[in-house]
Design a protein around this ligand. Structure first.
Ligand SMILES: Cc1cc2nc3c(=O)[nH]c(=O)nc-3n(C[C@H](O)[C@H](O)[C@H](O)COP(=O)(O)O)c2cc1C
Length: 355
């Protein structure tokens, strides 16, 4: 089943979730190369005073990324959001995604992200202003939200119909309320209700960690696609695993250690090229930690690697670790067999990096 967003037909129905501080251009490219049918950039602020900052310009970097290029914007003011959309489409965005799913405090205090779900009039005003800014350029606008503000106020269905009415062309729903943050479990009944209420494509998101879970969520919600976030950290090949399973009902073998070596070392080179030496070495650590999590010797390697301050030395340490691993095994252990490693940055604790 293929999903269309405006003029774009996506490669498949397994998408990479936007994760600030994680899904930068090198990681998105890797996810797409390993099977993701679509990937959305980390959110870009609607504050023009920050557009020239290094962080924002890195986030707006799409050099060499296969299309469609989807840029997520976040903010609290309809006109500023419209300007942010125009700014990004002048810089190559082919799809604009509005963030109404982020629970980070810094954003919520300013009424952005999922806090907007509490103010339906403003949320719809923003969606409409962004659609109006993009329509003359033929650029579709999509939106990502949660199931509601809190348990007693699950308004995703009501909002979804209003968003569709003002021209939003795809809706992604993370099956948690804003109040939940990342606690508890994602629920999929509200996503099913959203899907039943609108005609635009609906994407189900939250706690999809395996091919079986993806299939079950698609079946339960009737959604057009699934979106995977944290489970792709250090495991970007999860996209091809899910796609293959959905198509055939069979599991792909885990990657060869030689493949991990090739793709991780290439990922690091792209990462250093985008961030430069000192930021690059530090921000690569979390990716490396996720990749080696649960692998033999992974914990000890991570501790050593965290003390390395030089990109060439970090790259070589990773190469040496994976050479040693290749001497022990051909393939990575199956995902379920990779026990959680102690001290690895928890996939959901980096909300300070969201803005
Ligand atoms: C570190 C991190 C950063 C995130 N940044 C964003 C973001 O910039 N925009 C957004 O809409 N959602 C963001 N999210 C939420 C994810 O897109 C996704 O909705 C959430 O992680 C649930 O999916 P999962 O269970 O597959 O991880 C972020 C999540 C994490 C863990």
């Amino acid at each position: 089943m293929s999903v269309r967003i405006g003029p774009y037909t996506l490669a498949n129905q397994v998408f990479a979730a936007p994760m600030a501080g994680v899904t930068d251009r090198p990681f998105r490219q890797l996810c797409k190369a390993l099977g993701a049918g679509y990937a959305v950039s980390e959110m870009v602020t609607s504050r023009p005073d920050l557009w020239a900052s290094l962080k924002t310009s890195r986030r707006a970097n799409h050099d060499g990324e296969p299309g469609p290029i989807a840029v997520q914007i976040a903010g609290t003011d309809a006109e500023m959001m419209a300007d942010a959309a125009r700014y990004n489409l002048e810089r190559g965005a082919q799809i604009i995604d509005i963030n109404m799913g982020c629970p980070a405090k810094k954003v919520c205090n300013k009424w952005a992200g999922s806090a907007l779900m509490q103010n339906e009039a403003l949320a719809v005003e923003i969606a409409q202003a962004v659609v109006e800014a993009c329509a003359p350029h033929g650029v579709p606008v999509t939106l990502k939200m949660r199931t509601g503000w809190c348990d007693a106020h699950r308004n995703a269905v009501a909002l979804a119909t209003r968003f569709e009415a003002v021209g939003i062309q795809m809706l992604t729903v993370h099956g948690r309320t804003r109040e939940q943050g990342y606690k508890g479990f994602a629920e999929y009944d509200t996503i099913a209700a959203v899907k039943a209420a609108v005609r635009v494509p609906v994407v189900a998101n939250g706690d999809i960690t395996s091919p079986e879970k993806a299939r079950a969520v698609l079946a339960h919600t009737g959604a057009d696609a699934v979106m995977v976030g944290r489970a792709a950290q250090g495991r970007p090949w999860i996209f091809r695993e899910i796609v293959h399973f959905l198509q055939t009902g069979e599991h792909l073998a885990p990657p060869l250690v030689a493949e991990l070596r090739r793709l991780l070392l290439a990922h690091l080179q792209d990462h250093y090229a985008l961030y430069g030496e000192s930021t690059g070495v530090r921000s690569a650590r979390k990716h490396i930690a996720w990749y080696v999590q649960g692998l033999p010797g992974g914990d000890a390697f991570r501790r050593v690697m965290n003390g390395i301050e030089d990109s060439a030395a970090q790259w070589q340490a990773v190469a040496d670790y994976l050479d040693a691993l290749a001497a022990q095994m051909d393939r990575l252990p199956a995902a379920g067999a990779r026990a959680a490693g102690e001290g690895v940055p928890a996939a959901h604790t980096t909300t300070s990096e969201w803005v």
